[in-house]
Design a protein around this ligand. Structure first.
Ligand code: UTP
Length: 297
């Protein structure tokens, strides 16, 4: 029986340069898909997976993110007075119990591995989850919950994995497959951002992880990897060499890369269409826009 996963690390200290100028003054994680910030999707997914301790690795200029989970008494009384019950419920769903969230600081963006390492004191000697808020996953059963269930059987380390087109592998951490069991794949290696033509497979790692405490120990060595950054992929790969297994998990769901403009727009369309209150008007707008485009060509 594996130890229960109760802690999740949310590295949100990156510069978010791909969304400049917006990210000059707002954290990327506060950007909204329809009406909910990216961070809310991530927190909801973590809660569904049984996470009770949330550790944010933040940096300068992220105070809006820290404020987001506080109670909002003025807003609450205004909504109560106006009898806006549904909105009140929406507001309350953003509240977090005092002390459930810890914020640790990454002084300089030195890579995802370094960001995760910043949470070492909060994690201690327990297995833990890592969620990258950029990766939004629409799924019947939330992705991290699927992983935590699978992890109960496997232990070791588990990373969310999906097939990408060969020309895209150089943007991801890629698994070198030892044994393919369908949903679960055992890895014999992992490469961060392999050069074109050098990827060991096209099974890419995306932003959900369930990790053994040994990965934190590996990060202590602060090895510099691809792009001059301390890479989480390298620290996980070191575990394979040390005999702690690493599994790729082919999750069921649709992943959107909301760290890129194209991915964010795709997610906006998908989440807009999935909303009952918006679907009819939005679908008609999209339909007419596409028809106009085609007519103009
Ligand atoms: P990205 O590679 O998307 O970097 O980081 P970024 O800075 O957020 O965005 P761009 O590329 O400049 O547009 C992936 C995740 O890792 C976190 C980011 O906040 C993001 O959630 N991260 C990355 C850190 O917390 N610290 C780092 O040093 C690097």
């Amino acid at each position: 029986m594996q130890r229960k996963i109760t802690k999740a690390v949310f590295p949100v200290a990156g510069l978010g340069t791909r969304f400049l100028p917006a990210t000059k003054s707002i954290p990327k994680e506060i950007m909204t898909l329809v009406d909910r910030p990216l961070i809310q999707y991530a927190i909801d997914e973590a809660r569904a997976a049984g996470i009770t301790e949330f550790i944010f690795v933040t940096s300068r200029g992220k105070s809006a993110l820290e404020d987001y989970f506080d109670d909002a008494p003025e807003l609450e009384s205004a909504l109560k007075a106006a009898n806006k019950t549904a909105l009140l419920e929406t507001l309350q769903s953003t509240y977090m119990e005092s002390g459930a969230i810890a914020y640790v600081r990454q002084n300089r963006p030195q890579g995802l591995g370094h960001a995760v390492w910043c949470a070492r004191r909060q994690i201690g000697e327990e297995p833990f989850a890592v969620i990258l808020t950029d990766d939004v996953i629409a799924a019947e059963k939330p992705c991290l919950q699927q992983m935590v269930e699978a992890y109960t059987e496997t232990g070791g380390n588990m990373v969310a994995a999906m097939e990408v087109r060969p020309e895209k592998t150089s943007s991801y951490g890629v698994l070198d497959i030892a044994e393919d069991r369908g949903a679960i794949v055992r890895a014999k290696g992992m490469v961060e951002k392999p050069k074109p033509g050098e990827a060991p497979s096209n099974l890419a790692v995306i932003g959900r992880y369930v990790l053994a405490p040994s990965v934190m120990h590996n990060l202590n060595r602060k090895r510099i990897g691809a792009g001059g950054e301390i890479q989480l992929t390298d620290a996980i790969a070191e575990d394979i060499e040390a005999g702690v297994p690493v599994y790729g998990f082919r999750f069921r769901g649709q992943r959107y890369d909301c760290g890129s403009k194209a991915g964010f727009l795709q997610a906006t369309v998908a989440f807009g269409l999935a909303r009952e209150d918006l679907n009819a008007e939005f679908a008609q707008f999209l339909h007419e826009t596409m028809a106009l485009r085609e007519a103009a060509q």
